[in-house]
Design a protein around this ligand. Structure first.
Ligand code: ZN
Length: 130
């Protein structure tokens, strides 16, 4: 990923910023150009809640090469408090301990470090809420 694109993406990647369709009210995350429900291109910024419930999950044991250090990791489907469902990495819990139905909250975590360019990428992940 080029540096300019990376910087452009920081605001929405490091906050739970989604887009809400002005025509049908569908919440789109990550934001896209066109509403999948009604085809509208009219959106307004929409801040997602930071807490929710883990609906289901997958444990990834054979990640892409650049992601190997993090293996195994958990990808979960999280239902947020406003009903929006998003896909996210689940962190701070062992794959053997994770289970559907646990309450989770958003945290900002490092996802990868590029040794050559010095770019460190952050993204929202979810962790168990105690
Ligand atoms: Zn729509």
């Amino acid at each position: 990923m080029s540096v300019p694109r990376y910087w452009r993406e920081i605001p929405r990647r490091s906050r739970l910023e989604a887009a809400k369709c002005k025509d049908c009210g569908a919440v789109v995350y990550p934001p896209r150009c066109r509403c999948a429900k009604c085809g509208s291109v009219e959106f307004e910024a929409y801040r997602l809640p930071e807490t929710g419930t883990l609906v289901t999950y997958t444990i990834v044991r054979n990640p892409p090469k650049w992601f190997e250090k993090a293996s195994p990791y958990i990808i979960g489907l999280v239902k947020l408090e406003d009903g929006t469902t998003i896909m996210s990495q689940i962190t701070d819990i062992e794959p053997e301990e994770v289970k559907a139905g646990i309450p989770v909250e958003a945290v900002l975590r490092k996802v990868m470090e590029d040794g050559d360019s010095g770019i460190i990428e952050y993204a929202i992940k979810f962790r168990p809420r105690l």
